[in-house]
Design a protein around this ligand. Sequence first.
Ligand SMILES: Cc1cc2nc3c(=O)[nH]c(=O)nc-3n(C[C@H](O)[C@H](O)[C@H](O)COP(=O)(O)O)c2cc1C
Length: 187
Amino acid sequence: MTAAGLPTRRPSSPAQLRRVFGAFPTGVTAVAALADGVPVGLAASSFTSVSLHPPLVSVSIAHTSTTWPLLAGRARLGVTVLGADQERACAQLASQDGDRFAGLDWHATDGGAVLLRGACAWFDTSVEQQVTAGDHDIVILRIHALGAEHAVPPLVFHTGRYRRLAETTTSPNAPTTQHLTTSEETP
Ligand SMILES: Cc1cc2nc3c(=O)[nH]c(=O)nc-3n(C[C@H](O)[C@H](O)[C@H](O)COP(=O)(O)O)c2cc1C
């Protein structure tokens, strides 16, 4: 099959879909909260900004996740946008073995959201809506507080590999690094 001269195939397997989806570079987030006083969480590259008013983001979570049922009922969920130096933390947060938070520099908010230090951005959120979409749930999260440190470069996930952004500028006036820290409580 061709589309405008480009080779295309019917979607035939999860592996094929993953390979083609992987052409879209993403950041990676840690979605985490305290459950019975212990941090639980997972790595998620499906993070997307959704709405400014009200402030919403989303992540898509596979129905096979054994961690999501522990997170779903929490009052607050932390979403941390991982930095380029947090590749090992990311792999640990996705691993099936061991303590996912061992050695990680994390802290919990009063509401129980778990956030990682040394990251690019962080959101203190609550579940607003959960929409089943195929074998995933799109989880829409309301932002209660947020912050960013633009001097920290992001971890990038592309074609199944962790990558870093090259440090270049597109315009002579564009700053190579930016600094932004905000924390805004919504009523
Ligand atoms: C880079 C990366 C991105 C991931 N993104 C997602 C995601 O967006 N949604 C998801 O459900 N799982 C994602 N995972 C898998 C989870 O981190 C985790 O491995 C999976 O949920 C299985 O663990 P669990 O049974 O404890 O939930 C990703 C893993 C990696 C390494």
